[in-house]
Design a protein around this ligand. Structure first.
Ligand code: SF4
Length: 445
């Protein structure tokens, strides 16, 4: 493992004043910053920048807001103001000319952009291992939100520098995660996307300690977290799940409709030799049998995954093994990357033949053609079925949404021709009328 050290995570302090609506705004901003790798700290001294979410409802609230801004400037110096009082920028700047930015209520993107200006997010995006797409995640549409449950990772995959950069797994307290989820749902979120570097390892670092949520005990463990999230009445989608044995516990929850029957498992390869060189966790030759078993319990289950082709030492035989495995596994949603070395990753030191670029490209194209045929055939089977669709966008041509098959930004869409008066965030029942390799077309019922 590389011993290269990289800068610590940027740190944000946050003061949230005002009513529950302001608290919800704070939660959305904090959720976004946390997901981008910022640490949220509780003292002015520890923060690289302080955000004050103000209340401007009555004069006393405005006075308190101005006082807190003053305190933050005195104690820290780098202060961004948002919230209801932000609409009175002139009044704030008259008293505190040194504030760095002022935005109004629900201007999530502007606040996050202002934080980026003062303390940039970490620039170590890697498409093979990162939790979010390179373009980042917009805070709109507002009907889905990412819920980060832990930081760091206990594994040592040879192509990855996350453990040396972000350290070992640190699980967030289960009560905090569930409180955040509850506030997001109160703010109108209809879909929670659970993310971390290794979602199935949640709680390992704290020995699955029992926490509390709404006065009841809840274990810091993936299954118990999912059970609790399922009581919030929104879609719960799991990303970055490794196939540890206890993942089997989730399948009955999916079959019972408690969480979405969707598992994002980054398999990365299938050849035992390549997986060993990659040092991937939780892989064994029974994975295909487990997938079969999961589908017997929950026939609806959608499995998404990503793969790497052209890893050092990958032979044509290994690659053919991967294609055959894909034929057997019948995964629904698949992404593929050509291997490229990450600075500081142990894979760079492997004593293995480097796969030439033209061979990587050829394998990537063959992989994509192979999997597209599988994905297209699986989507064809959905034609005629009734599905619930969460609407993401509406324009004059109709509506675009997603059903449980599709995570936002990375999977497909459902295109709906409808005259109905619907808006983003609505859930409507549809019948599937057509499909291609990625997307579905449907009519509203
Ligand atoms: S599981 Fe492997 S790829 Fe994922 S963060 Fe940990 S070391 Fe990196």
């Amino acid at each position: 493992m590389s011993t290269a050290t990289t800068p610590a995570n940027p740190k944000v302090g946050f003061v949230s004043l005002g009513c529950p609506k302001a608290l919800v705004d704070s939660e959305r901003i904090l959720t976004q910053l946390r997901m981008e790798g910022y640490d949220v700290v509780s003292t002015y001294q520890d923060a690289d920048v302080v955000v004050v979410n103000t209340c401007g409802f009555i004069d006393s609230a405005k006075a308190e807001s101005l006082e807190v801004i003053g305190e933050a400037i005195k104690e820290n110096g780098k202060v961004i103001v948002t919230g209801c009082m932000g609409v009175e920028e002139g009044n704030i700047r008259d008293v505190h000319p040194s504030v760095l930015a002022v935005t109004g209520p629900q201007q999530y993107e502007q606040v996050v952009n202002a934080v980026h200006q003062v303390v940039p997010p970490r620039q170590d995006h890697n498409p093979l291992i990162d939790l979010v797409p390179p373009q980042g995640i917009k805070l709109t549409p507002r009907h889905y939100a990412y819920l980060k449950i832990s930081e760091g990772c206990n594994h040592s995959c040879s192509f990855c520098i996350i453990p040396s950069m972000r350290g070992k797994l640190v699980s967030r307290p289960v009560g905090d995660v569930l409180d955040e989820a509850q506030r997001l749902v109160k703010a109108g979120v209809k879909e929670l996307l659970v993310i971390s570097q290794d979602t199935s390892a949640y709680g390992v670092d704290v020995k699955y300690r029992t926490g509390f949520w709404n006065g009841a005990p809840v274990k810091t463990r993936m299954t118990e977290l999912c059970e609790a999230l399922s009581t919030l009445g929104v879609w719960v989608r799991l990303h970055y799940v490794y196939p540890y044995p206890h993942v089997d516990e989730l399948i009955p929850l999916m079959a019972a409709g408690k969480i979405l029957p969707y598992l994002d498992i980054p398999f990365q390869h299938a050849s035992p030799k390549v997986l060993k060189a990659m040092k991937r966790p939780a892989f064994e030759d029974k994975t295909l049998a487990r997938i079969k078993n999961w589908r017997e319990i929950c026939p609806e289950l959608i499995i998404r995954s990503t793969f790497i082709v052209g890893f050092p030492g990958e032979t044509e035989e290994d690659f053919q093994y991967l294609l055959d495995w894909l034929t057997e596994a019948q995964l629904d949603r698949v992404g593929c990357f050509q291997y490229s070395p990450v600075e500081g990753a142990p894979a760079n030191l492997l004593d293995a033949a480097i796969v030439p670029d033209d061979v990587k490209q050829d394998r990537w194209e063959r992989f994509m053609a192979h999997q597209q045929a599988i994905s297209a055939a699986r989507l064809q089977m959905k034609i005629g079925k009734e599905i619930e669709v969460l609407i993401d966008e509406v324009d004059e041509q109709g509506a675009v949404g997603r059903c449980f098959f599709d995570a936002p930004e990375i999977d497909g869409n459902v295109f709906i021709a409808t005259e109905k008066d619907i808006k983003p965030g609505d859930k409507i029942m549809c019948r599937v009328t057509d499909a291609d390799e990625y997307d579905l077309w449907a009519e509203a019922l």
